[in-house]
Design a protein around this ligand. Sequence first.
Ligand SMILES: Nc1ncnc2c1ncn2[C@@H]1O[C@H](COP(=O)(O)OP(=O)(O)OP(=O)(O)O)[C@@H](O)[C@H]1O
Length: 344
Amino acid sequence: MIRFSHVSKIFEQKKQKVSALLDINLDVPAGQIYGVIGASGAGKSTLIRCANLLERPTEGHIFIDGEELTQLPENKLSLARRQIGMIFQHFNLLSSRTVFDNVALPLELACLPKTEIKKTVLELLELVGLTDKKKVYPVHLSGGQKQRVAIARALANGPKVLLCDEATSALDPGTTRSILKLLKDINRRLGLTILLITHEMDVVKYICDQVGVISHGQLIEKDSVSEMFSHPKTLLAQQFIHSTLHIDIPEDYAHRLSQNPTDLAVSPLLKLQFTGQSADAPLISQAIRRFNIDIGILSAQMDYAGGVKFGTMLAELEGEKQDITAAMQFLKDHHVKTEVLGYV
Ligand SMILES: Nc1ncnc2c1ncn2[C@@H]1O[C@H](COP(=O)(O)OP(=O)(O)OP(=O)(O)O)[C@@H](O)[C@H]1O
């Protein structure tokens, strides 16, 4: 449904060239939710703005449902853009228009008859759960409600594709969830293809089918969400995944931790990272039985994404030195990433 073929974008500013996108190849199948994740300045906004040619690529081709946008003359491009809805981090509603009139705007621009506009707008407001707010002005809405209006407006022309530019970045975690749930519902109910950009792996984990990681304008890794979470290949993907896990050493415990083993501090504190196959096997109890050691769990968080289990654990290993070494090797051999944080 969306295809980027060898897309590059170079910005020129005061004789300086910035390569915002470098040879991007991306295919989003119809009906899927595709997330592109990256740090600030990685090229996410440029990428999503190229999808509807708000930003024209310097090189390469962009196709929506088989039609090459990069070949279309301006008049045909405006028509093609009706197939592509877009929502933004800061909602971009017209403050002088009511909720109803904001959603009606694209239909008015498409010169639809009033009765049809009214019917469509009321259906859309029901879809996004804002029927009772139709006469309200945006200033009286919460952030989540504003984004719901923006979603209804983006769907007004019945697009095949929805582009989401950091759509939940300005919202609190609870509202973020409800907006992501709405996007997922719309995707499933209307078969809408969604391309979103984000800097939060939680967003990807919650709604995406596939994910691409962008860094310095390049898509350095792309995969299904389950594959990325179970076997992240690049360091950046690994860092994004582990940013969704919130594991800290308690402060009083950290004070007792010594960098190297001493006569009093002999038990290593390990940070164990489980992905895919390692998370499914009962490796902790196997290590305890096989090597006759004790494992004290300080904190742990296991999670699911795309049907795959993964997680992080902080655990103290107690026992004879050679048994601890053998147990650590056993965990490593079974794809558990093992890091010694100190000794207690
Ligand atoms: N209009 C522009 N003119 C010149 N350089 C630009 C322009 N827009 C973006 N850039 C540069 O292109 C690179 C990618 O920017 P982009 O906004 O796409 O990143 P991003 O991943 O969306 O960042 P953020 O998450 O901070 O919004 C950056 O180096 C940025 O400075």
